[in-house]
Design a protein around this ligand. Structure first.
Ligand SMILES: CC(C)(COP(=O)(O)OP(=O)(O)OC[C@H]1O[C@@H](n2cnc3c(N)ncnc32)[C@H](O)[C@@H]1OP(=O)(O)O)[C@@H](O)C(=O)NCCC(=O)NCCS
Length: 223
């Protein structure tokens, strides 16, 4: 079911009161049924539909101003298989995607055993719709989706100033080791969810998709 969001009043931050999102566990909406239509102009969050693949890849292309890597990453992550299902959520206005976030399977190499975790990437909002709380809501919904699936940890690479007030903290300061020296220490971040337990430390191992596309960390601008 779609949830209508008031883009102005919606300044909620990840970490607010517990909520009962089930977007991750709901069946994907069909293109014609199973969703309610939010009032015109309102922003709604829901799972991505198969018919929106091209639109979502283009959205990320525009959001990141990146013609190649982002669309390829989105497309590849949809096909990525592993212990956890890929979660792909959109924020829509008038049923058209204006924001998008993905969770994809990864592993934490903990001392006791491997732990299935999520990586949050990419997150993008169309420039015309930025600054209205849409990115914040997508993060909150993604974390709730991971929590619904009893996933203990969500990792990402991103701006600490943005994610630090939206449920994330520096991962290196919680006993986690980055998958690459090319990720600035402060940019390697983690959200600890309900299923997290203190023994869960260790090295984050990205899925092969991130390595295949060479989108982990920052590369020197030297060729
Ligand atoms: C980052 C992004 C997803 C935020 O989405 P949004 O809907 O504009 O974000 P919100 O409205 O929820 O939050 C706005 C806040 O984000 C801040 N912000 C936006 N982009 C930021 C960035 N790159 N770094 C740090 N802060 C950023 C704004 O300054 C604003 O701060 P405030 O809440 O203190 O006023 C969006 O700007 C975007 O798509 N950017 C391009 C792609 C990108 O960089 N994605 C994130 C990769 S880690």
């Amino acid at each position: 079911m779609d949830r209508a969001v008031d883009p102005v009043a919606d300044q909620a931050r990840a970490g607010d009161a517990p909520r009962t999102a089930t977007l991750a566990t709901m069946p994907p909406p069909s293109d014609t049924t199973g969703t309610s239509t939010p009032d015109s102009g309102q922003v709604a969050l829901r799972r991505e539909r198969p018919s929106e693949h091209d639109a979502v890849e283009n959205l990320q292309r525009v959001a990141f101003d990146d013609p190649d890597d982002l669309p390829s990453l989105v497309s590849a992550l949809r096909r990525t298989t592993g212990p956890l299902p890929t979660v792909s959520l959109v924020a829509t206005q008038d049923d058209v995607p204006v924001g998008h976030v993905m969770l994809s399977t990864a592993r934490l190499d903990a001392p006791a055993r491997l732990v299935d975790v999520y990586v949050l990437s990419p997150l993008g909002v169309l420039p015309s719709h930025q600054g209205r709380g849409i990115g914040t809501r997508l993060i909150k919904e993604a974390l709730a989706a991971a929590d619904d699936l009893a996933v203990p940890l969500v990792f990402l690479e991103g701006a600490p100033r943005y994610y630090g007030s939206r449920g994330f903290q520096r991962a290196d300061q919680r006993g986690f080791r980055s998958p690459s020296l090319r990720i600035p220490e402060a940019a390697f971040q983690v959200a600890l969810l309900s299923a997290y337990e203190p023994w869960m430390t260790g090295t984050l191992v990205y899925s092969e998709t991130f390595w295949e596309l060479d989108v982990v960390g920052l590369r020197d601008d030297v060729h």
